[in-house]
Design a protein around this ligand. Structure first.
Ligand code: GLA
Length: 486
């Protein structure tokens, strides 16, 4: 029986392991997509030369080697719909050679190209939308050579209000994209309306969770009025949402994401000038911790060194954002503003090979020094891990924001290995301590799945042995007491 059960477990693991992408079966975004988008920096002021200049800078900066591969044209590229062909045309002032020419140029750089439309009669910039024209528009995007579609929610003609109505409206585009036969990453942008976390992961490669980001760390703004995207009480997702607000929205939603169906916390603002370097580090780190799509939104050909150091931190990108487990983080504890002005959260995420990421965030106005992470609270669901010893790596250690450089290899935090707690952590106001925990003695590599299971079994046997010894001791005591007539 046990053998059979094990066999079926192993075979289902093999089936799962070799399964294609689950969201759309398009095989895309097995880890969160990385790229660049026009909107945060340029809004509607786009044209072919600006886009190609950013694409070239992406290559010149080596960002493609860090996995940033999509160059996405956001809103305001459109002309009117051609009444005779039914196809959307292109604004010929902005794109004199058309969009096929643009994607050819982007592809010639070794990159992929993205486009934008809305599941509405118009886009948010009031250009023609794709509602009820899904098939012809998807085919047009495919014919132009696009590899990515961001699909927005403006002017939806009132076709929202229940998850099913919204699902149908977006699924029409999913099916239209599939019908083209071209692998096109589907980036669903419905701002979390109609509990999109319930249905978007089954039809899209990533799904926006909230109203639009703006380049600010924590300013409350009435234009972003919701408090919690998991309740059905907010009907206006809005815009001008700060980093703090978006991270707050995301904290319970990671459980609905999986490989090829990622959260989208919106495009990054790193480098756009509204936040300090410390704040941008927190912003970038938390997007990686949540396994959000990582789409840059700054001007790539005028980056400063601090921006370079952040967006090129391959440790954060590869070890956390690109981790093959694809397990978005969640907070294990949070403390609201204390008397000394700190406001801390500790985030947990499991990574491959029995390794983990911890993020200690200080949202408050004062620096927090000498903080510690108690491993019994951090490993709330994992008894063996609580007792183990951990080598700890700081993913921002040695990053030089003045020179724009990231060390090739990270060294262990002094004090490693840690057992019980990780102490002496200083987290500046609005800053983050982003740590990777690796089982001690594994040379920073972590354990194979097999070794992980062996240790868990060994631990379980040890617990059983302890119980048996205790039982025997209790019996001996009971007999002693009985022989004394007690
Ligand atoms: C919406 C989206 C933004 C951007 C604009 C373009 O607001 O959420 O990300 O695409 O539309 O008009």
């Amino acid at each position: 029986m046990i053998y059979q059960a094990l066999l079926s477990l192993v075979s289902s693991a093999i089936i799962l392991g070799s399964a294609p992408a689950q969201a759309l079966d398009n095989g895309l975004a097995l880890t969160p997509q990385r790229g660049w988008n026009t909107w945060n920096k340029y809004g509607c002021n786009i044209n072919a030369s600006i886009i190609l200049a950013n694409g070239k800078a992406l290559i010149d900066e080596g960002l493609h080697k860090a996995g940033y591969e999509y160059v996405v044209v956001d809103d305001c590229w459109q002309g009117p719909r051609d009444p005779s062909t039914g196809r959307i045309t292109v604004d010929s002032t902005k794109f004199p050679h058309g969009l096929k020419n643009l994607t050819d140029e982007i592809h010639a750089m070794g990159l992929k190209a993205g486009i934008y439309s809305s599941a509405g009669s118009m886009t948010c910039g009031r250009h023609v939308g794709s509602l009820d024209h899904e098939e012809i528009d998807a085919q047009t995007f495919a014919d132009w050579g696009f590899d990515y579609l961001k699909y927005d929610n403006c002017f939806n003609e009132g076709r929202s209000g229940t998850p099913k109505i919204s699902y149908d409206r977006y699924n029409a585009m999913t099916m239209a994209l599939n019908k083209t036969g071209r692998p096109i990453l589907f980036s669903l942008c419905q701002w979390g309306e109609d509990s999109s976390y319930l249905w978007a992961p089954t039809i899209a490669n990533s799904w926006r969770i909230s109203g639009d980001i703006y380049d600010n760390f924590d300013r409350a703004d009435a234009r972003c009025p919701c408090d919690d995207m998991t309740t059905q009480t907010c009907y206006l997702q809005g815009f001008h949402c700060s980093v703090k607000k978006i991270v707050n929205f995301a904290k319970s939603l990671g459980q609905k994401a999986f490989p090829s169906a990622w959260l989208d916390l919106d495009m990054l603002e790193v480098g756009n000038g509204g936040m300090s370097t410390t704040e941008y580090v927190t912003h970038f780190s938390m997007w990686a911790m949540m396994r959000s799509a990582m789409i840059l939104g700054n001007e790539l050909f005028s980056m400063d060194n601090a921006t370079r150091a952040i967006v090129k931190n391959t440790h954060v990108l590869d070890l956390i954002s690109g981790d093959a487990n694809g397990s978005p983080a969640y907070p294990v504890w949070e403390e609201t503003t204390s008397t000394n002005g700190t406001e801390m959260q500790l985030w947990f995420s499991s990574l491959v090979n029995g390794t983990y990421a911890a993020a200690l965030v200080n949202w408050g106005s004062q620096d927090a020094s000498g903080q510690s992470i108690d491993l019994s609270t951090f490993f709330v669901d994992d008894a063996p891990a609580r007792k183990a010893s951990w080598d700890v790596y700081d993913l921002w250690a040695g990053v030089d924001f003045k020179q724009g450089t990231v060390p090739a290899k990270l060294s262990k935090l002094s004090g490693s290995p840690f057992t019980g707690s990780i102490g002496n952590l200083d987290v500046p106001s609005h800053g983050i301590k982003l740590l990777r925990l690796v089982p001690a003695g594994t040379d920073g590599k972590g354990m194979s799945e097999q070794e992980h299971k062996r240790r868990a079994l060994q631990e379980a046997e040890h617990v059983q042995l302890e119980r048996a010894m205790q039982w025997q001791e209790d019996r001996v005591n009971a007999r002693r007491m009985a022989s004394r007539g007690l």
